[in-house]
Design a protein around this ligand. Structure first.
Ligand code: ATP
Length: 247
């Protein structure tokens, strides 16, 4: 039996007190699974992730209805830092590496909330380098001088340094060459299988996302219009037509 890790139940999100962007979104991430949140530009994917990680305030947004639970405990009022301590970590769209820090320094910033000692951090770093060998070879390079793919890997590696149970991954394919996208998603799948980390991945690249995900939700104008197993969605005629360009 699978248990529900994340339960988003009927959330509404409003920006600037007036703009209703999410109109009652519900979704679940079972423990140990990869769930894809799909949809076109402006559908509300980023907003959904920000609602979960409580990062809406900086955007003048707020959850005005619904509830968000992690393993049955309400988390909608927890600060982003408290969420990190409960194992919920977001990797933002656009990567947001610190340009002037080295890759290794960037990775270490991901461990800010950990209280364990240097040896444990070194062990985590080695684990990140095990999954992302490219980062090991670039460990002393300033992030500014690394490729887009390396920066995306660094952003995911930094999230891993917080020892997450759930990673909210926003458009990891953005701006990356197809081969690098495959590589990044391949590592996500491996992390899921070998470390048991769950992922909620917002993506416009439906083809790649459905290849690694267990389940998917399709958002349109702030509503979930379809959900199903990744295999079902990949075979669905509407999905093929509108999102996979195979009409
Ligand atoms: P994209 O792939 O383009 O990032 P998305 O599915 O992630 O799209 P969101 O970024 O969540 O979509 O945006 C959903 C809607 O909310 C859009 O209409 C967008 O213009 C609006 N929106 C997003 N952020 C804000 C904000 N800070 N203030 C007002 N409206 C916003």
């Amino acid at each position: 039996m699978t248990t529900t890790l994340l339960d988003v139940n009927g959330i509404e999100v409003i920006y600037n007190h007036v703009i209703l962007v999410l109109k009652g979104v519900s979704l679940q991430v079972p423990e140990g699974r990869i769930v894809a949140l799909l949809g076109g530009n402006g559908a509300g994917k980023t907003t959904t992730l920000r609602a979960v990680s409580n990062l809406l305030q900086g955007e003048r947004g707020a959850v005005t209805k619904g509830r968000i639970e992690l393993r049955g405990e309400r988390i909608d009022n927890l600060s982003p830092a408290a969420l990190v301590q409960r194992g919920v970590v977001q990797v933002m769209e656009g990567r947001h590496c610190f340009a002037h820090l080295t890759i290794e320094e960037n990775l270490l910033t991901g461990a800010f909330s950990r209280k364990d000692g240097k040896a444990a951090l070194r062990e985590s770093l080695e684990k990140v380098y095990h999954y992302f060998p490219r980062l090991k070879t670039r460990r002393s390079s300033q992030a500014a001088y690394t490729s887009g793919g390396e920066q995306q890997m660094c952003a995911i590696g930094r999230a891993l340094m917080a020892q997450p149970r759930l990673v909210l991954l926003d458009e990891p394919s953005m701006g990356l060459a197809p081969q690098i996208v495959e590589e990044v998603f391949g590592i996500v799948k491996t992390l899921n299988q070998q470390e048991g980390v769950s992922f909620l991945v917002a993506e416009q690249n439906t083809t790649v996302a459905l290849r690694v995900a267990d389940h998917g939700y399709i958002l349109e104008s702030g509503r979930v219009v379809l959900d199903g197993s990744a295999a079902e969605l990949a075979e669905n005629q509407d999905v093929k037509e509108f999102y996979l360009g195979m009409g």
